[in-house]
Design a binder for this molecule. Structure first.
Ligand SMILES: Cc1cc2nc3c(=O)[nH]c(=O)nc-3n(C[C@H](O)[C@H](O)[C@H](O)COP(=O)(O)O)c2cc1C
Length: 190
């Protein structure tokens, strides 16, 4: 019998009315059967400072502890992010840097899927590629295909932030199915 698979979703944008937060909300409505997902905001994560990254977990900044604990509870991460200057936004990279440290990092070996939305033409492809070395360093297992590259976002969401583009909806569905599959395979191996 299949057990439940749990995802944690993170938006790389803090902006109200963010296309990427809307895309994450769409993903939450398109979950495969047998999958649950929580989301967490990275708005309160302080700038990474090695002096605050203490070996005693209870002494780390509270938002960092909450992020790491939420990641630890998840079988897979769903990172939905804008592309800033052809790369990962500093806010999201900073949160990941906090979560990545130590042998107890909840990111090590974790299954992950990245998606992105932009008003521009290229659908955040360079941001998604910029994640590859991060995943390699942390020995993560990434779902590479299908790619969810929501370009010209103004034409793909309605005014309330609902994803309306059928092709994008189908790709999100398939991406989440693929993430579920690798999470299940990882659980079976464990
Ligand atoms: C600092 C900065 C850099 C940006 N660089 C890019 C970029 O490299 N590629 C791109 O497609 N859009 C870029 N944009 C535009 C974003 O895609 C756009 O602001 C988008 O709406 C941000 O996502 P959000 O709606 O989820 O906040 C940039 C925006 C900012 C603020």
């Amino acid at each position: 019998m299949e057990g439940t698979i749990h995802f944690l979703g993170i938006s790389g944008s803090l902006r109200k009315g963010s296309y990427n937060t809307s895309l994450l909300n769409a993903a939450a409505r398109l979950l495969p059967e047998g999958v649950t997902m929580d989301t967490i905001s990275i708005a309160d994560i302080p700038l990474y400072n090695g002096d605050l990254d203490l070996p005693v977990v209870a002494e780390r900044p509270e938002p960092v502890r909450r992020l790491r604990e939420a990641m630890a509870r998840a079988d897979g991460l769903v990172l939905v992010s804008p592309e800033y200057n052809y790369s990962i936004p500093g806010t999201l990279k900073n949160a990941i840097d906090w979560a990545s440290r130590g042998e107890d990092s909840p990111m090590l070996h974790k299954c992950v899927a990245v998606m992105g939305a932009t008003p521009g033409l290229w659908g955040t492809v360079r941001m998604q590629l910029a994640f590859h070395p991060v995943f390699q360093f942390l020995n993560m297992q990434a779902v590479l295909k299908p790619e969810v590259l929501v370009n010209q976002a103004a034409t793909k969401f309605d005014e309330a932030g609902n994803l309306t583009d059928e092709k994008s909806i189908e790709l999100v569905r398939k991406k989440l199915e693929a993430l579920k599959k690798i999470c299940q395979e990882q659980k079976q191996r464990a």
